[in-house]
Structures are given as structure tokens and as C-alpha cells.
Design a protein. Sequence first.
Length: 887
Amino acid sequence: VVPARTGAARASRVGAAVRTRVQRVLPATPGALVWLFSAVLAAGALAIDLLIVHGLPAVRTPIEIPWPIFAVGFGLAELKVVEVHFRRESHAFSLSEFPAIIGLFFLPPQIYLLSLLAGTGIALIFLSYQHPVKLAFNLANYLFIAVLTVVVFRFVGTPEGAPALREYMAAFVAAAIATVVSTFNIAAAITLSGGAPQFKKLPEMIQFGVLVAVANTSLALLAVTILWTAPSSIWLLAIPAATLFLAYGAYVSEREKHERLELVYQSSRILQHSPELDVALLALLDHARMMFRAELAEALLLPSSGVDHALRTTSLQDGPSEGITPLDDVHIEPELESIIERRQADFVDLLRTPGGREMPIRQAMVAPLVGESGVVGMLTVVNRLTEGTSFSHEDLRLLETLANQAAIALENGQLEQSLAELSRLKEQLRYQAFHDPLTDLPNRSLFAEQVAERLARDDGDGTQPVVILFDLDDFKTVNDTLGHAAGDELLVLVTDRVRGCLRETDLAARLGGDEFAVLLEDEPALLDSVQVARRLIHELGGTFLVHNKDVVVGVSVGIAMRRGQDQTADELIRNADVAMYTAKAAGKRRFAVFDPTVHAAIIARHELSAELTKALGRGELVVHHQPIVSMNSGETVGVEALVRWRHAVRGLVPPDEFIGLAEESGAIIQLGRHVMSEAAREVVAWNRQSKTRALSLSVNVSVVQLQQPDFLEAVDAVLAESELDPSLLVLEITETAMFRDSRETIRKLEALRERGVRIAIDDFGTGYSSLTYLRKFPADILKIAKEFIGPADHDSDEWAFTATMITLGRMLGLQTVAEGIEEEGQFARLRDLGCELGQGYLFARPVVIGELATALRLMRQDTSTGAVPGSGNAAFQLRSASAVSES
Ligand code: C2E
Ligand code: MG
Ligand code: MG
């Protein structure tokens, strides 16, 4: 991967994070927007009132009608609204123009506004249970419209004396403008509240609204005229007014009935004409959802003879629809049982849909799908979208009609099709089980099946099955830097190129992750396979354009041909895997042909590695301690913890044989912690019962451990748990490990030293340490590798290096420890060179803690007879070294 790309990847991730945050904030915003809008309307109304309406003179009228009558009129008009539904929203028409127009003529403007506010306010607040936002908006809107009406009316007409044509026109104009503005405001509020934008429906709503307004207004003008000239005859108007009102109701209910009929008709058409069951069912559900203005519509087909799964189909208002989906297990709630028994649709209290979908359910209608054989399923409709309304009994009957239609369609003639559908579904499931959904390639199971099939057959033409396995060398980097979506895209592109590298008869598969395989036929010389491998390396080695970035990955390819007649598919695939591993180890972007000897080594390592993990759990890893001795006093100042594996068959396995493996597999982390905490526990216990000075504890730390982000915490945990004094702990790190990733390493080592823990450079001299590094690194102790401990009887040349190291250590202020002292001559030499501490078989071998006392006693005995070891008593060293040996 070209690393410069990561910046853009990060930017796009940040973009996504911002987007989700915005989406989380949004649901709170629409309500606030409507509040704001309402406030603007109310403020506008007040402003106009103060600036214009306030100064308008009252009109002299022949009779005075008390304002409470108007307030009641406004209230009644509000209650008896006629609702027309437009999908998610309902729109109401009322007779409010009636009191409004009469009021314009008979009330002083301010009183007019007051009575309107009082009447509608009381009706809305106490009798219509509206949501506060909606209530606020409605009141503000009414007030605004009323103020507007007054202004328009007074502007167009000059209401002096008896109303004349000009005043009539003024009333019509005012009513029409009021309707238009009000409709517009309502559409705006709905849009602001997050509903579907309403402006497309605006003309339709205005048209209908103006028609109603004009009819109401003319009736109201008749009333005005009568009140002006012959008030006592006003009762004559009661009949046309009531008729008009009833007519509205009748119109709307007719219209709804018509709509329902239309919907039922449409649904039967859907069922009859859709070619496929899943399409038909989904269309029907979409239709039902719209028809009932519901959040969800679901069809659940119960398991029946021949079909062992329940099948669910769902249509959702806010989300993708779901085609026929088999359910593993459905739980029929008792309420639903009773619907099935009674074979009748009903309202049901549910926590989840009959098909098991979790959602907040306010109201649900369920209708059984009744076929000839009984109830075959259920049709469910959940949650009315329009606020403040709910499903009615009429809706329930309608759902039942729909369910009957659907059940008949399911049984008649279409049942066969639905069975066919099911078998297709099963096939689809099988296909899905054997193919990778991303690349559509066969997956590991199908590939193994195909290999096995091929192995079972002998083509007799001298060719043999060959498995080629390959994976992308840097796929993980792509995933980590560009994200998983980019990784997926890359895999698809890779798949295309792989297809281009193969012949028609070759079978490609994706085994998982970035691992692909090909099955082909080849002669024993493997010429074709090698050619395919070369092509793959060449083709996949080029750049890929992923998310508009050039990405480079390589492949390592392993080739394995069948060997022997009884080879299984698994073995063949594993052999190709081994070959791929070899190719990777040899430096990637190349191929390797399976070689059984390599195989044996890898298998052995694999097995050992697996065993090691188990051994850790079984407590087979034990800690030995080797004393570290003062060269001058002969006193033991500390021990080094050295791990051993007490293997059931192989006996005591030395660390050199498994530390590397543990580092590779990551088991070293657990192993290292185990050693450190065991050793600390043992040494603390030892120090508690010992009368001599407390021993320090040196623990070897692998570079893998050091690189763990929580390494410091792990050390702290051991210190806390064992109560080991940090100044007694020495961590031994090899020089090569120290210089890797140096900045981070230095930081960790420094932090450890702040706690009092000391750092030793282990096996000094065997790595490539440079003097500069050595100065920079926070170390306290230098351990001279045993390679630099020369033979005891040799002349000085061999010791020159050792002498330099000791001097170097002294100059840098480090304590020096010589490792691997086996002979008295070596000891004497090192002491003369000024080495402070020593460690080696001469003093003691590493022993379990239980034998440490014996080992130390033996050493002391010798010192008591001959001062310090190395003072000439050769017998002592031999005894101590052999008396306590590892077992
Ligand atoms: P090391 O840290 O340099 O440990 C000293 C090695 O020298 C030990 O080998 C010890 O048994 C051996 N030795 C001590 N005195 C003499 C002597 O007089 N003559 C000879 N020939 N050898 C002597 P051992 O125990 O086999 O450990 C080998 C290496 O394995 C250690 O080298 C250390 O690097 C690693 N190791 C041991 N235990 C652990 C552990 O718990 N964690 C990690 N990460 N590495 C460990
Ligand atoms: Mg060591
Ligand atoms: Mg060492």
C-alpha cells in the first residue's frame, strides 16, 4: 500500500463519524424547528396587530352580538372538523369560516381576535389532546390567519353601514387568502417536523380548501345579511348550514370508502398479476402499509407439511423491505393463538411482531390467513403513522378482507408456485452456504468437496489434481489503513483478475479472508501449474484502484499435487498451504512447490506450538533459579529465573527449544507473565524466611513482551501481587531487543527504572550493539555473554575483548556480570579484570527453589574452608557443580 493514502482514509472516517453524529442530533431538531416557526408566526401576528389592527375603528352594527357566542362558535367549528388524509399526514377542514366571517362584520377587531383565541384555544387544549408542538403551531397559525383576515378584509372593504358588494368581495378575498396562507403554513410545518416534504401536494390541498372556504363564506355572508336586516329570521339558516356540514362528512366518508375499495381492488390485482410469490407478497404488504398508513406490514407463513420453516416477509416505512425469509424458530404468543383459533382479525397487544421483529409497538392489527387446510399464516399491520389517530374497526375489517384475498391467492393455483418458490429458496440457501457472498466464488467447504470428488476419480490420462493456494501479502495493511470496505473492494478486484488467469476448467475458490485456491489438472512436471502461479503473481502484483487510490499487494503461491492414491482433500489443501508458507518465508511474491521434508519440520513446529499452549495451562512450565554471586565476597546476591518445560515424554526441555516458538505464536506473553509472577512469588517467600541479605531476582524478558502496550502494567501487577521490592527486580533484555523500536523501548525502560526496577543487557557482545546506543539506553547491568569467557588456561589474547567489556561497563557506570563461569581459572581471571558478579556452573546450576538452599549451603561450605571460591580449592567447585544438578 502506498502509505501517503492514510490521510485521506482518516478524513473519510472522520466524515462518517460526523455524519452519524448529525443524524443522532437531527431527531431533536425538527420539533425545535416547528416551535421556532410557531414563535415566528405568533410574533408576526402580534406585530401586525400592534401596528395595524390596533388602530382600526370599530364598526357600528344594528345589533350587538356578545363575543362569547363567537368563542363558542370557533370552538365548535374546531371540534367538528372533517379530516382528509394524505398518507402520513391528515388535513382537516372545518366550518370555522362561518363564525370567522360573521365576526369580521359584527365584532371590533381586538375582540374578534380574543374570542377566536379563547374559543379555539379551549377546544384545542382541553378537548383535542394534541401534542404540545402541534398545539402551539395550530394556535399560532390561527392567530396569524385571523390577523391577516382582518387586515385584508378592512383593506379591501370599507365596512360602514349595511354590507354591500364590496364588503362581500372583501370577505371572499380574505377567506381565500387565509386558506392559501394557512395551507402553506401547515405544509411548511409538516416539512419542518421531518415529514415528507408537502409542497408537491400543495395545489391539491389549496384547491380543495378554497372550494370549502368559498362555500362556507357565502353561507356566512347570507347570515351576515340576515343579521343586519332581519336578525329574527336567522334560524332559517340552520338548515342549509347543517346540510352543508353533513354534506362534508358524507363527502369525506364516501371518498374514503372509494379509496378503500380502490385499495382492495388494487391488492387483488397485485395478487393475481404478480408472477412470483415473493414479489406479490411484498407488493401486497407495501400496499397494505400505505393503505393503513402504517409503519410496518408483515406476512408470516407458518410451517406446514413439506415446509419446515416459517417464512416472513416485511414491508417497512423507514427501512428496506425484506423478501421471503425463513425463520429458524417462531414463537406464537397466546394472543395470536386465539386469533388463529377464532379465525378472526383483531387488535393485539404485542411486544414484537408475530414474525419476531423487535420494535416499539403502539397498536397492531393481526388477521389470520385462512386457507382450506386451516390457518396458514398471519397478516400484521403495526403502528399508524398519522399522529393522534389509530386503526379503526373499519380498518380491521379491511385487513381481514385483504387477508382473505391473500389466503385464497396463496392456496388457489399459487400454492404450487409457492412450493416451487420454497424449493428455489432452499436452493438459494444451499448456494449461499457454499459460496462466498462477497466474490461469489465457491467457499472452503465447496472447494474441499470438489477436490475430494476429483480425488475419487481417476481420469486415466496421466494428469493429476493440483491445488494452488495463495494469499495477498499485504492485505492486512489495506484493511488497517483504508478500512474494511476498501478491503472488500480489493478482494472483488482480485477475484476478477484471478478469473482472468484461469482456464475454464480450473476451479477458483475463496477459502476465507484473503486466501484463495485453485483446483486444476496437470502433468507430474507441473508445467501448467507453474505457469498459472506465475500469471497470478504477475497479474496480482500490479496496482489496484481501490477507493480511488492505487494499492499494491503481492501474492505468495503454494502448489501441491496429489501424492499417492489415498491422499485426502484436506491433506492436499494443507500441502498447498505448507508450500505457500514456504514461499512466504522465502520472501513473498513467489511460488513454491510442496516439499515433504519442509512439511515435516513445519508440522513438528506446529505441534510443539500447540502443545506449548496446553502446557502453559497444565502448569508444565517450571522456573529454575541460578545464583548470581559476588566475585569478591563469594556471597550470593541474587538469582536468575530460567524457565524449563517439564514435558511428559521429552523430559526437561531447555528454553532454547521453545522460547523462539513461543515468540512466534505469541504464547511468550502468557509464558513470560507466568515466569515472572512465579519467580517473584518464590523469591519473596525465600527472602522472608532467609536470615541473610535479600536476593535480587533477574527475569528474562522477550522483545515480544516488551512491545506489548500493557507491558508496564503487567510488571506492576506482578510487583503488586508478589509484594516484591522493585529494587530487587532485574529485567534482562538482549541487546538486539533493546535496539528495536528504540524510542518506545527507551520510554518503557525509563518508566521501569523510575519504579526502582533495574535493567540488564543480556548476552552482551553477541548482538550488534553500537557504543552510541549503549550510552543512550537506560541500563544498570551488563551481562557478558558466555561466548566471551575464555578458557581458563589460555593466554591473554582470548580475554582482550572481555577485558574491554568490563572496562566499558565500568566507564558507563554499569555493574558487570559474567555468564557461564565453569572453571576456577575463569573465575580468577574475571575477578582480576574487575568483574563484579558472576554466574555459572562453577557456583551452581539453575535449580528449583526447593533445592536452592542446598545449592547455597554447598557454596558456603566451600567458602568457609577456602575463603571465596576460586581461592585455590578446586574440589569445592566440582562438588557444588555436580551435587546439585537439574532434574
Ligand atoms: P540467558 O538469559 O543468557 O541465560 C543463561 C543461560 O546460560 C541459561 O541457559 C543457563 O542455564 C546457562 N548457563 C548458566 N551457567 C552456565 C555455565 O556455566 N555454562 C553453560 N554452558 N551455560 C550456563 P538456559 O536456561 O538454557 O536458557 C537459555 C536462554 O533462554 C536464556 O539465556 C534466556 O535468553 C532464555 N530464557 C530462559 N528463560 C526464559 C524466560 O523465562 N523468558 C525468556 N524470554 N527467555 C528465557
Ligand atoms: Mg538471562
Ligand atoms: Mg545471557
